[in-house]
Design a protein around this ligand. Structure first.
Ligand code: FES
Length: 136
């Protein structure tokens, strides 16, 4: 979390009170997956791509504790400061800069439009069978 004066690139998102304590609020983007903005019990605010590095679970629906969030799918623990999975799990989800001025929460416009836009969520479904055709 960053504090202090902000350049014009910061985009107002919401008020602190709009984010549930120990929860998150999702922010949609023109392209790419949503950003999850988290609030812990010390009113610290963090932002990560709303995608678990394990199998793409929605971190915004996880439980926040301290400076971590537990993924709702398989309970991996992800650091809110850096997006890193806690050992022994491995992986990282992209983080976003956050600024708070009073109770106003901001994200960087440049990150909302261009950061981690190529990240996708795994698609669930049946495995496709690949058949080989022999040619005579
Ligand atoms: S998808 Fe998050 S722990 Fe598996």
């Amino acid at each position: 979390m960053t504090t202090g004066t902000h350049p014009t690139d910061w985009t107002y998102i919401c008020q602190l009170q709009d984010i549930p304590v120990l929860g998150a609020r999702r922010v949609s983007r023109p392209q790419g997956l949503d950003v999850a903005v988290f609030r812990n019990d010390r009113d610290e605010v963090f932002a990560l791509l709303d995608r678990c590095p394990h199998k793409g679970g929605p971190l915004s629906q996880g439980i926040v504790f301290g400076t971590h969030v537990a993924c709702p799918l398989h309970n991996w623990t992800i650091g809110l400061c850096d997006g890193q999975a806690s050992a022994p799990d491995e992986g990282c989800t992209p983080k976003f800069a956050v600024q708070r001025e009073g109770d106003a929460i901001y994200l960087l416009a440049s990150e909302l439009s261009g950061h981690a836009v190529a990240e996708t969520r795994p698609v669930a479904g049946p495995v496709q069978r690949i058949t080989q055709h022999k040619q005579a």
